[in-house]
Design a protein around this ligand. Structure first.
Ligand code: PBG
Length: 325
C-alpha cells in the first residue's frame, strides 16, 4: 500500500515522467513581443529601466522583427514614439506616422509575422493622457477622443496592421473602432482589446520607454482599482458585446485570479500582458545576483499560462523562445 506522497515522489523523481504528466507547456507561439518604435534614424537606445529592451528606429525594428520571427514568435505589438507631440495627437493617425511607417516596413520584410498595433493617444499628446484633454477642466473628453482613436486604428489597418489593440480605455472604443474599420473595408481586421486594465504601478518603466508619463493627474478615472474583480468581468463583458475578437488582462502576475476568471467567462482568446514593471523586477534582481533569471522567468510565464492565458504579451518573449526551443 503506497502512501500518496510516495506515489507523487515516484513520478517527480523521473524527468521523462515529469514531462509526460506536465499540465502546462510553454511554446514560442504563446507569445507576443512588444516593441518601441522611435521616429529617429538609426537609433537603438536601451531603456534604462528595462535592460535589453530598446527604442528602435524602423531599420532596427525590422531587424528585430526578423529575429523574433526566426525564434518562432508569431507576433509583435508596436508602440510609437513620435518626434513631435501636440494637443490633437495628430501623430497617432498620421498615415506617415512612426507606427504606420514601421508597420509597412515590417510587413514588407517579414510578411508572416503578425503585426499588432497599440492604439492610444498617450504617446502623441504633450500631456501624456490617453485621450484629448479639456483645456479648462483637465478632464479627458471621451467622445472626442473616441473619434480620433477610431481614426488611429483604421490608419494602422491601412498601413497593413494585422490586429489593432486599443489600450486607451475610453467608453465605447471597441464599437467605434469596429464601425470605422468596417466602413473602410477592414471587416477582417480583428480588435484585440485591453478590456481589463488596472491602474498599476507596474507601468512605470513603460512610461519611460514610451515617453508617455502623464504630465499631470493620473489614469485612475479610466483604469481600474486593483482591489476589484467584478468590475473587470463587467468591463470585459462590455468589450465582448461591442465586438472584441480577443481580450487582454493587464498587468499579469499580480492579477492571475483575474486572468483565470476572465478566461472562464470569455468565449474569445485571452491574452495576459506581463508589463514593464514585472519585467524590470526580474531583470533587476537577476543583475544583482539575487535570482536565477531563466528559472524565474520560466516559472512566471508558466504561472500566467496555468492561470488560463491563451497568449502572453511579454518583453521576455525572445529569451523564453530561445530557452525552450
Ligand atoms: C497605454 C499603455 C500603457 C501600457 C501599454 N499601453 C501604459 C499606461 O497605461 O500607462 C503599459 C505596458 C507596460 O507597462 O509594459 N498606451
Amino acid at each position: 500500500m503506497a502512501f500518496p506522497t510516495q506515489r507523487m515522489r515516484r513520478i517527480r523523481g523521473n524527468a521523462s515522467l515529469r514531462g509526460l504528466v506536465r499540465e502546462t507547456h510553454l511554446r514560442p507561439d504563446d507569445f507576443i513581443y512588444p516593441m518601441f518604435i522611435t521616429a529617429g534614424e538609426d537609433v537603438r537606445r536601451e531603456i534604462k529601466s528595462m535592460p535589453n529592451v530598446f527604442q528602435l528606429s524602423i531599420n532596427h525594428a525590422v531587424a528585430e522583427a526578423k529575429r523574433v520571427h526566426e525564434l518562432g514568435i508569431p507576433g509583435v505589438l508596436l508602440f510609437g514614439i513620435p518626434d513631435a507631440k501636440d494637443e490633437a495627437a495628430t501623430g497617432a493617425y498620421d498615415p506617415e506616422g512612426v507606427v504606420q511607417l514601421a508597420v509597412r516596413a515590417i510587413k514588407d520584410a517579414v510578411p508572416e509575422l503578425l503585426v499588432i498595433t497599440d492604439v492610444c493617444l498617450c504617446e502623441y499628446t504633450q500631456n501624456g493622457h490617453c485621450g484629448i484633454v479639456d483645456g479648462r477642466s483637465g478632464e479627458v473628453l471621451n467622445d472626442v477622443s473616441l473619434e480620433l482613436i477610431a481614426r488611429t486604428a483604421t490608419s494602422h489597418a491601412e498601413a497593413g496592421a494585422d490586429i489593432v489593440a486599443p489600450s486607451d480605455m475610453m467608453d465605447g472604443r471597441v464599437a467605434a473602432i469596429r464601425a470605422d474599420l468596417d466602413s473602410e473595408g477592414f471587416e477582417n481586421t480583428p480588435v484585440m482589446s485591453y478590456s481589463v486594465k488596472y491602474a498599476s504601478a507596474f507601468y512605470g518603466p513603460f512610461r519611460e520607454a514610451a515617453e508617455s508619463a502623464p504630465a499631470f493627474g493620473d489614469r485612475r478615472s479610466h483604469q481600474m482599482d486593483p482591489a476589484n474583480v467584478r468590475e473587470a468581468l463587467k468591463e470585459n463583458a462590455l468589450d465582448l458585446e461591442e465586438g472584441a475578437d480577443m481580450v487582454i488582462v493587464k498587468p499579469a502576475l499580480p492579477y492571475l485570479d483575474v486572468v483565470r476568471r476572465v478566461a472562464e467567462s470569455s468565449d474569445v482568446p485571452v491574452a495576459a500582458y506581463n508589463v514593464s514593471g514585472e519585467y524590470s523586477m526580474i531583470k533587476a534582481a537577476a543583475r544583482n545576483g539575487w535570482i536565477n533569471e531563466k528559472a524565474a522567468v520560466l516559472e512566471a510565464m508558466t504561472g500566467i499560462k496555468r492561470a488560463g492565458a491563451d497568449i502572453i504579451i511579454s518583453y521576455h518573449a525572445p529569451d523564453v523562445a530561445a530557452w525552450i526551443s
